[in-house]
Design a protein around this ligand. Structure first.
Ligand SMILES: C[S@@+](CC[C@H](N)C(=O)[O-])C[C@H]1O[C@@H](n2cnc3c(N)ncnc32)[C@H](O)[C@@H]1O
Length: 203
């Protein structure tokens, strides 16, 4: 099997790293990545945060490919990749300070995005952060014609995928106990949304 390769990971990794530098704290110890894909992001980011154990995850079909990257890179803080399908799996039974995911919400079906956000609310503790990188619509509008075309191409492959509305994501995150602390404009008409878990409220 050849090592999988994503060109977009190569082009977006430097700007995403700038956001991670602003968001990850020296006291953070564990980061969970959802939908790690090829594993290239983990290999690039993990050494920049040596205090952090990096937990890559994805659907089982992607684990052997990313393992090729991890075996070659031999980065001690990258943990063994595990299967995590947000539609049916819980997070590993550990306390995570940060959950990072790139280019996944437009691939996951909306009901799975909602399960993911619910899981974030259940499993993250006050002060922990969730970072979502990717394209979003704002007030029903795509941020560029190329994103509108991208949305059509996604829907042609899978009618239940598609670029998510920032307002829908934001309302769900608020419902699940988070506040938006940053919304960064990124190259190529992408955004990075950074959420922080608020104190648990007794209902
Ligand atoms: C476009 S790829 C992005 C991969 C990588 N994060 C990147 O930026 O290159 C979308 C990823 O989401 C994963 N994914 C799709 N549905 C998922 C689900 N229900 N739970 C977890 N991951 C999922 C896919 O397997 C795939 O790796």
């Amino acid at each position: 099997m050849e090592k999988p390769y994503s060109a977009s990971c190569d082009s977006n990794k430097a700007p995403i790293l700038e956001v991670l530098y602003r968001t990850i704290l020296p006291s953070d110890r564990r980061l969970l990545e959802i939908g790690s894909g090829t594993g290239q992001h983990a290999v690039y980011f993990a050494p920049k945060f040596p205090q952090l154990e990096w937990y890559p995850t994805d659907l089982s079909s992607n684990l052997s490919g990313m393992n090729l990257w991890f075996k070659e890179a031999r980065i001690a803080t990258i943990q063994k990749p595990t299967r995590l399908d947000v539609s049916k799996d819980d997070f590993p039974k550990l306390k995570f300070d940060v959950v990072f995911t790139a280019n996944t919400l437009h691939i996951m079906h909306w009901k799975d995005c909602k399960s993911f956000m619910k899981l974030l609310g259940h499993r993250l503790r006050e002060g922990s952060r969730a970072i979502f990188y990717g394209p979003f619509k704002y007030q029903g509008e795509f941020t560029s014609p190329s994103n509108a075309e991208f949305d059509l191409s996604l829907k042609a492959k899978d009618p239940l995928s598609g670029i998510r509305s920032f307002e829908d994501v934001n309302n769900n995150m608020i419902k699940n106990g988070f506040e938006l602390i940053d919304d960064y404009e990124m190259p190529a008409n992408n955004r990075t949304l950074v959420y922080q878990r608020l104190k648990f409220q007794k209902s």
